[in-house]
Design a protein around this ligand. Structure first.
Ligand code: KG4
Ligand code: ZN
Length: 357
């Protein structure tokens, strides 16, 4: 991860005990959180834009950016009030500056920079993937925080990747999707089945009453060397299956069978790739799963079984911290401070495709 060495605002103040404000605006959730320097959450808020994007069947970047702009100022005021703080009491203001949708990133980053400039707090530019990668270490959310190195499986609407998390700022990419993200595939297949956006939770519900063995779907990359994923062939196969059967309204039992079969295929692919990643990372102490797809109970149980078979615990942050949130942004800033990494300058850029490795 490329970062400039710099001297920045707030670099010389004494910060002992002072809290950190995190801001997340990289996709379709506006979120703010304040954590004290030990990682205790003093206040948090998340506003989802799902209803604004639902009628378009996916996130519309321009609508997302405008919604962040409208929501953020009030939300910051609210979390400051909840935490019983003035803006001048903050040690740092951290914002996600990539990867993500550029309009939203600019809204969050510029807001954070302006606050830092006005109050003398540090500005921290946070990589969204690093924030996901470190969330499981937040004190109190798992019985024992995972020690480095651990394997992270991040499965969301925008990302599907396996990371070897070796330390703060030290990541090794073990595997990534070659096409769609797992959540994206869930959403697209759900749409084909006539389910509302975002489709993952609805598809999981429908799969519960379906028979996975009734229809066969392929499992791309299964058994292949390495740990990469591919979901577009699976999605296309599901679309073709539905296309062939569709005459008027889709038969609910058939739709449920397709949903169950699709979910079983995703579960097999994720399990197989995780198994490979564990074999390639012999010093890993744990497996951490995160991202919206980790909310899927069938997938979560299958991944737990894979990890446990290899003698590793599987840890998953609670759902509100698995999906996009600002607690993880503030926590990543605290982890970076503790690791002795310098603050970021006010001219640091938003990077829509910021790679972690
Ligand atoms: O992490 P997330 O909230 O947002 C980002 O993509 O960053 O993940 C959202 C994705 C969506 O694609 C959604 O359909 C999927 O996670 N998802 C699920 C479930 N709940 C959310 N997929 C499968 N089963 C679920 N229960
Ligand atoms: Zn995310």
């Amino acid at each position: 991860m490329e970062r400039k060495a710099l001297s920045a605002v707030g670099a010389n103040r004494s910060w002992l005990g002072q809290p950190v404000l995190g801001i997340e605006t990289s996709c379709d959730e506006t979120a703010c959180a304040i954590l004290d320097d030990a990682g205790k959450v003093l206040a948090e808020a998340v506003a989802s834009q799902i209803t604004e994007h639902a009628k378009f069947g996916g996130v519309v970047p321009e609508i997302a950016a405008r919604a962040h702009l409208t929501t953020l100022p009030t939300m910051v005021r609210t979390v400051l009030k909840q935490a019983g703080l003035n803006a001048t009491g903050l040690r740092a203001v951290a914002a996600t500056t990539g990867p993500g949708l550029i309009g939203g990133l600019i809204v969050g980053a510029n807001f954070a920079k302006a606050m830092a400039l006005a109050t003398g707090a540090e500005f921290r530019a946070i990589n969204h993937l690093e924030a996901h990668a470190l969330t499981a270490r937040l004190p109190g959310i798992t019985e024992t925080a995972p020690a480095f190195p651990y394997i992270l499986l991040l499965v969301s609407g925008g990302h599907t990747m396996l990371l070897d998390v070796r330390g703060v700022g030290e990541y090794r990419l073990v595997g990534t999707t070659r096409d769609d993200a797992a959540g994206e595939a869930f959403d697209k297949v759900a749409k084909i089945l006539g389910l509302p956006y975002p489709g993952g939770p609805a598809l999981e519900q429908l799969a519960m009453v379906g028979d996975a063995a009734a229809v066969h779907l392929p499992r791309p990359m299964l058994g292949r060397g390495g740990c990469d994923f591919s979901f577009s062939g699976l999605k296309t196969a599901a679309a073709q299956l539905v296309g062939r059967m569709e005459r008027g309204a889709l038969d609910i039992r058939f739709a449920a069978d397709v949903a169950a079969s699709f979910q079983a295929a995703v579960l097999d692919i994720l399990g197989d790739r995780l198994h490979q990643a564990i074999a390639l990372t012999p010093d890993a102490t744990a497996v951490v799963v995160s991202g919206g797809v980790a909310a899927n109970q069938a997938i979560r149980s299958a991944l737990t079984a894979v990890a446990v078979r290899s003698g590793l615990p599987l840890m998953a942050p609670p759902m509100r911290l698995c999906t996009d949130n600002a607690v993880m942004v503030a926590w990543a800033a605290i982890e970076r401070m503790r690791a002795g990494l310098p603050p970021d300058t006010l001219d640091s850029k938003c990077l829509p495709r910021w790679s972690l490795v």
